[in-house]
Design a protein around this ligand. Structure first.
Ligand SMILES: NC(=O)c1ccc[n+]([C@@H]2O[C@H](COP(=O)([O-])OP(=O)(O)OC[C@H]3O[C@@H](n4cnc5c(N)ncnc54)[C@H](OP(=O)(O)O)[C@@H]3O)[C@@H](O)[C@H]2O)c1
Length: 282
Protein backbone atom coordinates (compact mmCIF):
# COMPACT_ATOMS: atom_id res chain seq x y z
CA UNK A 1 0.00 0.00 0.00
CA UNK A 2 1.33 3.46 -0.94
CA UNK A 3 2.48 5.58 2.00
CA UNK A 4 1.47 9.23 1.57
CA UNK A 5 2.79 11.98 3.84
CA UNK A 6 0.81 15.23 4.05
CA UNK A 7 2.71 18.23 5.45
CA UNK A 8 1.01 21.31 6.89
CA UNK A 9 -1.74 18.98 8.12
CA UNK A 10 -3.35 21.64 10.32
CA UNK A 11 -3.66 24.21 7.54
CA UNK A 12 -6.85 24.74 5.54
CA UNK A 13 -5.72 22.48 2.68
CA UNK A 14 -4.09 19.97 5.05
CA UNK A 15 -7.34 19.46 6.94
CA UNK A 16 -9.29 19.15 3.68
CA UNK A 17 -6.85 16.47 2.49
CA UNK A 18 -7.50 14.65 5.77
CA UNK A 19 -11.23 14.75 5.09
CA UNK A 20 -10.88 13.45 1.51
CA UNK A 21 -8.25 10.80 2.36
CA UNK A 22 -10.90 8.35 3.58
CA UNK A 23 -12.11 8.07 -0.04
CA UNK A 24 -8.76 6.47 -0.97
CA UNK A 25 -8.57 3.21 1.03
CA UNK A 26 -5.75 1.92 -1.17
CA UNK A 27 -3.38 4.60 0.17
CA UNK A 28 -2.13 4.96 3.73
CA UNK A 29 -1.83 8.54 5.00
CA UNK A 30 0.52 10.06 7.54
CA UNK A 31 -0.56 13.60 8.47
CA UNK A 32 2.13 15.83 9.93
CA UNK A 33 1.63 19.27 11.42
CA UNK A 34 4.47 21.77 11.66
CA UNK A 35 5.71 20.35 15.00
CA UNK A 36 6.19 16.88 13.48
CA UNK A 37 7.50 17.80 10.04
CA UNK A 38 9.03 21.24 9.90
CA UNK A 39 10.33 22.44 6.52
CA UNK A 40 13.08 24.26 8.42
CA UNK A 41 14.30 21.08 10.13
CA UNK A 42 15.91 18.77 7.55
CA UNK A 43 17.01 16.12 10.06
CA UNK A 44 13.50 15.81 11.45
CA UNK A 45 12.09 15.61 7.89
CA UNK A 46 14.55 12.87 6.94
CA UNK A 47 13.73 10.78 10.04
CA UNK A 48 9.98 10.96 9.39
CA UNK A 49 10.37 10.04 5.70
CA UNK A 50 12.49 7.02 6.65
CA UNK A 51 10.37 5.90 9.62
CA UNK A 52 7.21 5.69 7.51
CA UNK A 53 8.85 4.52 4.24
CA UNK A 54 7.06 7.32 2.41
CA UNK A 55 6.28 6.97 -1.33
CA UNK A 56 4.62 10.36 -1.94
CA UNK A 57 4.82 13.69 -0.09
CA UNK A 58 1.95 16.15 -0.54
CA UNK A 59 3.41 19.46 0.58
CA UNK A 60 0.53 21.58 1.88
CA UNK A 61 2.85 23.43 4.29
CA UNK A 62 3.83 26.98 3.47
CA UNK A 63 4.36 30.48 4.77
CA UNK A 64 1.08 32.01 3.52
CA UNK A 65 0.90 35.48 5.12
CA UNK A 66 1.02 37.54 1.92
CA UNK A 67 1.25 41.02 3.51
CA UNK A 68 3.43 39.98 6.45
CA UNK A 69 5.92 38.49 3.97
CA UNK A 70 6.82 42.02 2.82
CA UNK A 71 7.93 42.79 6.38
CA UNK A 72 9.78 39.52 7.03
CA UNK A 73 11.00 38.26 3.65
CA UNK A 74 13.62 36.06 5.33
CA UNK A 75 10.87 33.97 6.96
CA UNK A 76 8.98 33.57 3.67
CA UNK A 77 12.11 32.49 1.76
CA UNK A 78 13.32 30.24 4.61
CA UNK A 79 10.10 28.21 4.41
CA UNK A 80 8.77 28.57 0.85
CA UNK A 81 12.11 28.39 -0.94
CA UNK A 82 14.89 26.96 1.25
CA UNK A 83 12.59 24.58 3.15
CA UNK A 84 11.01 23.35 -0.08
CA UNK A 85 14.45 22.97 -1.66
CA UNK A 86 15.55 20.74 1.23
CA UNK A 87 12.33 18.72 1.08
CA UNK A 88 12.67 18.26 -2.69
CA UNK A 89 16.33 17.22 -2.24
CA UNK A 90 15.31 14.56 0.29
CA UNK A 91 12.53 13.35 -2.01
CA UNK A 92 14.97 13.06 -4.92
CA UNK A 93 17.49 11.15 -2.79
CA UNK A 94 14.84 8.70 -1.55
CA UNK A 95 12.92 8.41 -4.85
CA UNK A 96 9.80 9.88 -3.28
CA UNK A 97 7.22 11.60 -5.49
CA UNK A 98 6.64 15.22 -4.44
CA UNK A 99 3.27 16.92 -4.97
CA UNK A 100 3.90 20.56 -4.16
CA UNK A 101 1.26 23.29 -3.94
CA UNK A 102 1.90 26.72 -5.41
CA UNK A 103 -0.03 29.85 -6.23
CA UNK A 104 -1.53 32.16 -8.84
CA UNK A 105 0.57 34.90 -7.19
CA UNK A 106 3.57 33.72 -9.23
CA UNK A 107 1.97 35.73 -12.08
CA UNK A 108 2.03 39.51 -12.38
CA UNK A 109 -1.63 39.82 -13.39
CA UNK A 110 -1.04 41.74 -16.62
CA UNK A 111 -2.63 39.05 -18.81
CA UNK A 112 -6.14 39.35 -20.20
CA UNK A 113 -6.80 35.67 -20.70
CA UNK A 114 -6.33 32.70 -18.34
CA UNK A 115 -2.72 31.84 -17.51
CA UNK A 116 -1.50 28.52 -18.88
CA UNK A 117 1.04 26.38 -17.03
CA UNK A 118 3.90 27.47 -19.28
CA UNK A 119 3.23 31.21 -19.06
CA UNK A 120 6.26 32.99 -17.61
CA UNK A 121 6.14 33.78 -13.89
CA UNK A 122 6.76 37.36 -12.72
CA UNK A 123 5.64 37.62 -9.09
CA UNK A 124 4.83 41.05 -7.69
CA UNK A 125 5.58 40.47 -4.02
CA UNK A 126 7.78 38.55 -1.61
CA UNK A 127 5.26 35.75 -1.04
CA UNK A 128 4.90 35.14 -4.80
CA UNK A 129 8.68 35.32 -5.28
CA UNK A 130 9.31 32.85 -2.46
CA UNK A 131 6.72 30.45 -3.91
CA UNK A 132 8.09 30.81 -7.45
CA UNK A 133 11.61 30.06 -6.25
CA UNK A 134 10.15 27.09 -4.36
CA UNK A 135 8.68 25.78 -7.62
CA UNK A 136 12.07 26.13 -9.29
CA UNK A 137 13.74 24.28 -6.40
CA UNK A 138 11.28 21.41 -6.80
CA UNK A 139 11.87 21.17 -10.54
CA UNK A 140 15.67 21.38 -10.17
CA UNK A 141 15.81 18.63 -7.55
CA UNK A 142 13.45 16.04 -8.94
CA UNK A 143 11.57 15.17 -12.11
CA UNK A 144 9.13 13.08 -10.06
CA UNK A 145 7.02 16.03 -9.06
CA UNK A 146 3.63 17.63 -9.40
CA UNK A 147 3.50 21.39 -8.97
CA UNK A 148 -0.14 22.30 -8.49
CA UNK A 149 -0.89 26.02 -8.67
CA UNK A 150 -4.15 27.16 -7.17
CA UNK A 151 -5.92 30.39 -6.26
CA UNK A 152 -8.09 32.20 -3.70
CA UNK A 153 -8.46 29.20 -1.34
CA UNK A 154 -11.27 28.93 1.17
CA UNK A 155 -12.97 26.00 2.85
CA UNK A 156 -14.45 24.69 6.08
CA UNK A 157 -11.12 24.74 7.96
CA UNK A 158 -8.75 27.48 9.11
CA UNK A 159 -8.92 31.17 8.30
CA UNK A 160 -10.19 32.41 4.96
CA UNK A 161 -12.22 35.07 3.15
CA UNK A 162 -15.52 33.17 3.41
CA UNK A 163 -15.27 32.87 7.18
CA UNK A 164 -14.16 36.49 7.56
CA UNK A 165 -17.14 37.72 5.53
CA UNK A 166 -19.59 35.64 7.60
CA UNK A 167 -18.05 36.88 10.86
CA UNK A 168 -18.06 40.56 9.86
CA UNK A 169 -21.67 40.29 8.66
CA UNK A 170 -22.72 38.67 11.95
CA UNK A 171 -21.12 41.62 13.77
CA UNK A 172 -23.23 44.00 11.67
CA UNK A 173 -20.17 45.58 10.02
CA UNK A 174 -20.52 47.65 6.81
CA UNK A 175 -18.26 46.08 4.19
CA UNK A 176 -16.30 47.72 1.38
CA UNK A 177 -14.80 45.02 -0.80
CA UNK A 178 -12.42 45.47 -3.68
CA UNK A 179 -13.35 45.05 -7.33
CA UNK A 180 -9.82 45.58 -8.61
CA UNK A 181 -8.67 41.96 -8.59
CA UNK A 182 -10.15 39.18 -10.71
CA UNK A 183 -9.54 35.53 -9.96
CA UNK A 184 -11.12 32.16 -9.25
CA UNK A 185 -12.19 31.30 -5.70
CA UNK A 186 -11.28 27.68 -5.04
CA UNK A 187 -12.62 25.25 -2.46
CA UNK A 188 -9.90 23.47 -0.50
CA UNK A 189 -12.10 20.35 -0.65
CA UNK A 190 -12.15 20.38 -4.47
CA UNK A 191 -8.41 21.08 -4.58
CA UNK A 192 -7.74 18.22 -2.14
CA UNK A 193 -9.74 15.87 -4.37
CA UNK A 194 -7.82 16.96 -7.48
CA UNK A 195 -4.44 16.46 -5.78
CA UNK A 196 -5.41 12.98 -4.57
CA UNK A 197 -6.68 12.09 -8.04
CA UNK A 198 -3.37 13.14 -9.65
CA UNK A 199 -1.43 11.07 -7.13
CA UNK A 200 -3.67 7.98 -7.10
CA UNK A 201 -3.93 7.86 -10.89
CA UNK A 202 -0.17 8.38 -11.23
CA UNK A 203 -0.81 11.18 -13.71
CA UNK A 204 2.17 12.38 -15.77
CA UNK A 205 4.53 14.53 -13.70
CA UNK A 206 4.66 18.27 -14.26
CA UNK A 207 2.89 21.52 -13.47
CA UNK A 208 -0.90 21.75 -13.28
CA UNK A 209 -3.32 24.59 -12.61
CA UNK A 210 -6.34 23.85 -10.45
CA UNK A 211 -9.06 26.39 -9.57
CA UNK A 212 -12.81 26.10 -9.53
CA UNK A 213 -14.18 27.26 -12.88
CA UNK A 214 -15.36 30.78 -13.59
CA UNK A 215 -14.00 34.07 -12.33
CA UNK A 216 -15.03 36.98 -10.17
CA UNK A 217 -13.72 39.83 -8.01
CA UNK A 218 -13.44 39.76 -4.21
CA UNK A 219 -16.59 41.90 -4.16
CA UNK A 220 -18.35 39.41 -6.44
CA UNK A 221 -17.24 36.58 -4.17
CA UNK A 222 -18.58 38.39 -1.08
CA UNK A 223 -21.87 39.15 -2.87
CA UNK A 224 -22.34 35.46 -3.74
CA UNK A 225 -21.53 34.43 -0.15
CA UNK A 226 -24.30 36.69 1.15
CA UNK A 227 -26.76 35.58 -1.56
CA UNK A 228 -26.14 31.92 -0.74
CA UNK A 229 -26.45 32.52 3.01
CA UNK A 230 -29.65 34.58 2.50
CA UNK A 231 -28.17 37.76 3.99
CA UNK A 232 -27.80 39.92 0.91
CA UNK A 233 -30.75 42.17 1.86
CA UNK A 234 -29.39 42.83 5.35
CA UNK A 235 -25.66 43.24 4.71
CA UNK A 236 -24.23 46.64 3.79
CA UNK A 237 -21.89 45.64 0.98
CA UNK A 238 -20.13 48.29 -1.13
CA UNK A 239 -17.60 48.15 -3.95
CA UNK A 240 -14.22 49.81 -3.64
CA UNK A 241 -11.14 50.21 -5.80
CA UNK A 242 -9.26 51.81 -2.98
CA UNK A 243 -8.24 49.08 -0.57
CA UNK A 244 -4.53 49.50 0.11
CA UNK A 245 -2.62 46.37 1.10
CA UNK A 246 1.02 46.00 2.06
CA UNK A 247 1.78 43.52 -0.71
CA UNK A 248 0.94 44.15 -4.36
CA UNK A 249 -1.39 41.51 -5.77
CA UNK A 250 -2.03 40.52 -9.41
CA UNK A 251 -5.01 42.38 -10.90
CA UNK A 252 -5.92 39.31 -12.94
CA UNK A 253 -4.90 35.80 -11.94
CA UNK A 254 -7.40 33.48 -13.59
CA UNK A 255 -5.69 30.22 -14.57
CA UNK A 256 -6.34 27.92 -17.50
CA UNK A 257 -7.30 24.52 -16.07
CA UNK A 258 -7.62 22.56 -19.34
CA UNK A 259 -4.55 20.43 -18.63
CA UNK A 260 -5.76 18.99 -15.31
CA UNK A 261 -9.32 18.61 -16.66
CA UNK A 262 -8.06 16.56 -19.59
CA UNK A 263 -5.60 14.58 -17.48
CA UNK A 264 -8.14 13.58 -14.85
CA UNK A 265 -10.99 13.38 -17.36
CA UNK A 266 -13.21 15.15 -14.84
CA UNK A 267 -14.86 18.53 -15.34
CA UNK A 268 -14.17 21.14 -12.65
CA UNK A 269 -17.31 22.59 -11.11
CA UNK A 270 -18.04 26.29 -10.89
CA UNK A 271 -16.83 28.34 -7.93
CA UNK A 272 -20.47 29.06 -7.05
CA UNK A 273 -21.36 25.33 -6.81
CA UNK A 274 -18.23 24.61 -4.80
CA UNK A 275 -19.09 27.50 -2.46
CA UNK A 276 -22.57 26.08 -1.86
CA UNK A 277 -21.02 22.79 -0.73
CA UNK A 278 -18.61 24.46 1.69
CA UNK A 279 -21.39 26.62 3.15
CA UNK A 280 -23.44 23.47 3.69
CA UNK A 281 -20.52 21.95 5.60
CA UNK A 282 -19.97 25.01 7.80
N1 LIG B 1 -4.68 30.48 0.96
C1 LIG B 1 -4.76 30.81 -0.32
O1 LIG B 1 -5.61 31.61 -0.74
C2 LIG B 1 -3.82 30.18 -1.31
C3 LIG B 1 -3.92 30.55 -2.65
C4 LIG B 1 -3.06 29.94 -3.58
C5 LIG B 1 -2.15 29.00 -3.17
N2 LIG B 1 -2.06 28.66 -1.85
C6 LIG B 1 -1.08 27.64 -1.46
O2 LIG B 1 -1.81 26.50 -1.03
C7 LIG B 1 -1.08 25.81 -0.03
C8 LIG B 1 -1.97 25.58 1.18
O3 LIG B 1 -2.38 26.84 1.70
P1 LIG B 1 -3.36 26.98 2.94
O4 LIG B 1 -4.28 28.09 2.64
O5 LIG B 1 -3.87 25.66 3.35
O6 LIG B 1 -2.31 27.50 4.03
P2 LIG B 1 -2.45 27.58 5.61
O7 LIG B 1 -3.86 27.37 6.04
O8 LIG B 1 -1.72 28.81 6.03
O9 LIG B 1 -1.63 26.29 6.06
C9 LIG B 1 -0.24 26.22 5.93
C10 LIG B 1 0.27 25.30 7.01
O10 LIG B 1 1.69 25.22 6.89
C11 LIG B 1 2.22 25.23 8.21
N3 LIG B 1 3.61 25.69 8.21
C12 LIG B 1 4.08 26.96 8.24
N4 LIG B 1 5.43 26.95 8.30
C13 LIG B 1 5.82 25.65 8.28
C14 LIG B 1 7.07 25.00 8.34
N5 LIG B 1 8.22 25.66 8.45
N6 LIG B 1 7.09 23.63 8.31
C15 LIG B 1 5.94 22.93 8.23
N7 LIG B 1 4.72 23.49 8.23
C16 LIG B 1 4.66 24.84 8.23
C17 LIG B 1 1.32 26.17 8.96
O11 LIG B 1 1.45 25.97 10.36
P3 LIG B 1 1.28 27.22 11.37
O12 LIG B 1 -0.07 27.80 11.08
O13 LIG B 1 1.39 26.56 12.70
O14 LIG B 1 2.38 28.17 11.05
C18 LIG B 1 -0.06 25.78 8.43
O15 LIG B 1 -0.63 24.74 9.19
C19 LIG B 1 0.17 26.64 0.24
O16 LIG B 1 1.22 26.14 -0.52
C20 LIG B 1 -0.20 28.01 -0.29
O17 LIG B 1 0.94 28.74 -0.69
C21 LIG B 1 -2.87 29.22 -0.92
Amino acid sequence: MKQILVTGANGQLGQSLRQKASLYPDMNFVFCAKEDFNLEQPLQMEKVLDRHQIDVVINAAAYTAVDQAEKEPDRAFAINTLGVDRLAGLCAQKEIVLAHISTDYVFDGSASEPYSEDHGAAPLGIYGQSKHQGEMAVAQNTGNHYIIRTSWLYGPFGHNFLKTMLRLASEGKALSITTDQTGSPTSTLDLAHAILELVSKQAPFGTYHFSNSGQTTWHGFAHEIFVQTHQIDQVQLAETTDYPTFAKRPAYSVMDTDKITQTLKQPIRSWQDALADVIKQL
